[in-house]
Write a protein that binds this ligand. Structure first.
Ligand SMILES: [Zn+2]
Length: 395
């Protein structure tokens, strides 16, 4: 959980911030390259302490030495944490940091001072005080992360504990099916799609991208077009983030138990499911894109719902194994591939029960969540791989 504020550096400050981003990216990618080069049986890859020594060596007499050592060291610490998260199974393997896309760096022990009701400043090494817009009260801030998005906007985020949501016990239980056509379908029959760009905005983006392809590399006009396209994409990202925040808050306040599918297991079923809606080539590309957008939305939604539930008394989030939830009849339990004549329809060959396919799945997800043994009390934080799964036979 982090509070994010828009940062307003002066042009000169922005230059140094950009330099910090480049250094952090360089150090991160170098550490990743070393980690990737390691194979079992070879000389061991450098550990954390070794990496810090190498960084100190590299800084002597090279351009790296002109940058901020604390920013560069923090990038190594971040990388170590990312490796540990990967080994623990809670996160994916660390990825390459790409220029213009993953721009950011961390500051340890940040100092912040208030200027007025609306403005405050954060201290950045080698930059000094940088103003930011204080859109929400400032809490404690041990670690700060400065980022630049594709539209060129700067932000600073401070880690903060998730505040408890005001809620009353409802006794209600919901199962949530995660899909592409509908991002979520609840067992109550409620369906929602993650927002993105409006049709007119999407047309504009396509026009900008075509223009970009024609324009000369390195020209000012091209830079303007690129910026306009990035601003549109940033708008879509903002809307998706907003959707995940609002939806997770609603789930935690409305239900005492929220049941999701375990995304790791769901991912494994992907290829089998994807075949139904992959008829043509163009359609396939579009579907793949929608699929990626949806998958990002799902994981943010599940993560934020878990964090909010953990902080708020009386709400619990459970992850279940989604195997066969889409083929099982929610009325009689008969499980068969023939129950799904197409993507949208569920029609049981056993008892004749017919329903919307996603709603049928969501009802099964809800039922599996209720059968999870040893519920009650506060949810435990576990890696997704170890998350409780239902044992239908035992129930
Ligand atoms: Zn049935």
């Amino acid at each position: 959980m982090a509070f994010r504020y828009r940062l307003y550096p002066t042009p000169a400050q922005a230059g140094v911030l950009g330099r910090h981003c480049a250094d952090a990216r360089f150090v991160w990618n170098l550490a990743l390259e070393q980690a990737n080069a390691w194979r079992p049986g070879r000389v061991r890859s450098p550990g954390s302490a070794e990496r810090f020594r190498q960084l100190a060596d590299a800084r002597r007499g090279s351009w790296l030495g002109e940058g901020s050592s604390s920013v560069q060291q923090q990038a190594l610490r971040d990388f170590d944490q990312a490796l540990r998260n990967w080994w623990a199974g809670t996160h994916r393997r660390p990825r390459w940091r790409r220029k213009g896309i993953d721009e950011g760096f961390c500051i340890r022990d940040v100092s912040v001072r208030r200027l007025s009701r609306k403005w405050a400043e954060v201290h950045v090494p080698k930059v000094g005080w940088v103003r930011f817009r204080q859109t929400r009260p400032l809490g404690a801030h041990g670690m700060g992360r400065v980022t630049q998005d594709r539209a060129g906007r700067w932000h600073v985020a401070f880690a903060a504990p998730q505040p408890a949501l005001p809620r009353f016990a409802t006794g209600a239980v919901v199962g949530v099916d995660l899909g592409v056509a509908h991002t979520i379908t609840t067992s109550d029959g409620h369906q929602e799609r993650i927002p993105g760009l409006r049709p007119s905005e999407e047309r504009r983006l396509v026009r900008l991208q075509r223009k970009l392809a024609r324009q000369q590399k390195g020209s000012n006009r091209r830079a303007r077009t690129k910026h306009a396209a990035a601003a549109l994409c940033a708008r879509a990202t903002d809307r998706r983030r907003d959707w995940a925040e609002k939806t997770s808050t609603r789930l935690v306040t409305d239900y005492d138990l929220v049941v999701f599918e375990n995304l790791r297991v769901k991912d494994m079923c992907r290829s089998a499911r994807g075949t139904i809606d992959n008829p043509g080539r163009n359609v396939a590309a579009k579907t793949a894109l929608n699929r990626r957008i949806s998958a990002a939305g799902w994981s943010t939604l599940v993560r934020r719902t878990r964090q909010k539930a953990e902080a708020s008394a009386g709400c619990e989030v459970v992850l279940i194994d989604p195997t066969h939830t889409s083929q099982e009849c929610s009325a009689c339990g008969h499980t068969a591939a023939e129950n799904r004549p197409n993507q949208a329809v569920f029609s049981c060959v056993g008892c004749g029960h017919a329903a919307h396919a996603d709603i049928n799945a969501a009802i099964n997800i809800r039922a599996r969540g209720l059968r999870v043994p040893a519920r009650g009390g506060r949810p435990e934080v576990r890696a997704p791989s170890e998350a409780r799964t239902t044992d239908v036979e035992a129930a």
